[in-house]
Design a binder for this molecule. Structure first.
Ligand SMILES: [Zn+2]
Length: 333
């Protein structure tokens, strides 16, 4: 029964270990992890896979985190500043990019794994009729109460949603976390109307950061939350297996790109570590060092995006209208 481990993206056979002894950057998992490379699509993949229990303890409590970000006057100020200067522009970039590539100016949108709804709120403001789906009910409470978003608690595969009705289904930093991404993307295909769009954004193993930082890159140190670190080819094949056709490929926001490089070098500057540090001064110092490094890295990140060496890839795929075949992929940006 037990053959060679297969790639969950393309179905290819996994080859030699890529990196061993990877430690979770948030230290929520105390195990050491190994990534192997798929011989077919070149994606990185955890082997062995984490168990359900290992995944359960490896996710930070996003609700408590959100509360921590708003708990104290200093936190609120810091968080408002971060939202204004960092997250806001990144989410705004997402909306503009989707509008430009897909031509959509509104319509029914489902944001899969959208958690507290910060990004979805930007889409809602731009005219999309947005629903956030997430397994974390407490995170969804924030999406409802703070942003007035419609929410569904659970997994896409089992969600009670009307098939063939969505114009846009987005996966922002989600696919790399999925143990069975083909099933999830197939479920998305069912929910889309013919001609509807799927957007997948996440880390790609072919970017400059994976080359420069190797095992220190956040794409890998997010193990075991990151089950895969896809290659663009891996994403293309995944989408094709789900009956979706890749139409365009782009880079993420240079700010996001610079941010993940900074987080790779300074793991303690990440939200789950910094906002739960015991002393306010320590928290401020962590976040400030991350922000300064992000700004310093911005020109390099911007260049990487321009020369198509970005470490965050965005993939735009469409459900065929009827018996439409695969057509050429355009690089946008
Ligand atoms: Zn593969």
């Amino acid at each position: 029964m037990k053959g060679p481990r297969r790639c969950v993206l393309c179905g290819g056979i996994l080859g030699e270990p890529l990196f061993t002894n990877i430690r979770d950057r948030l230290r929520l998992s105390d195990r050491l992890w190994t990534f192997r490379r798929c011989q077919e699509c070149g994606s990185g993949m955890l082997d062995p896979m984490p168990s359900q229990q290992e995944l359960l303890v490896a996710y930070p409590e996003y609700y408590s985190l959100d509360q921590a970000c708003y708990a104290h006057r200093v936190h609120r100020l810091l968080y408002a500043l971060e939202t204004h200067l960092f997250y806001g522009p990144i989410y705004h970039h997402s909306v503009r990019q989707v509008q430009r590539v897909t031509g959509l100016r509104g319509g029914r949108m489902l944001d899969v794994g959208g958690g507290t709804g910060h990004r979805a709120a930007f889409f809602q403001k731009a005219g999309f009729d947005c629903t956030v789906l997430d397994p974390d009910e407490r995170a969804l409470r924030v999406a409802r109460e703070r942003f007035g978003l419609r929410t569904i608690s659970g997994l896409l595969e089992t969600a009670d949603l009307p098939p063939g009705t969505f114009d846009l289904i987005t996966f922002y930093h989600v696919v790399e976390h999925l143990p069975e991404p083909v099933k999830t993307l197939q479920a998305a295909g069912q929910l889309l109307r013919p001609g509807g769009w799927v957007v997948v954004l996440g880390p790609v193993i072919t970017g400059w950061q994976s080359r420069w930082l190797g095992a220190r890159w956040i794409g890998f140190t997010e193990a075991p939350r990151h089950i895969t670190v896809p290659s663009p080819e891996g994403i293309r094949r995944l989408l094709a297996r789900a009956g979706l056709y890749l139409k365009a490929q782009a880079s993420g926001s240079p700010l996001d790109e610079a941010g993940i490089f900074a987080l790779s070098l300074l793991p303690s500057s990440s939200t789950p570590v910094a906002y739960t540090a015991t002393r306010t001064a320590v928290r401020m110092l962590y976040r400030l060092s991350g922000a300064v490094l992000t700004l310093l890295l911005l020109p390099v990140a911007d260049l990487a995006c321009r020369v198509h060496r970005a470490s965050i890839g965005v993939f735009f795929a469409q459900k065929p209208l009827q018996s439409e075949g695969s057509s050429s992929t355009h690089r946008t940006e």
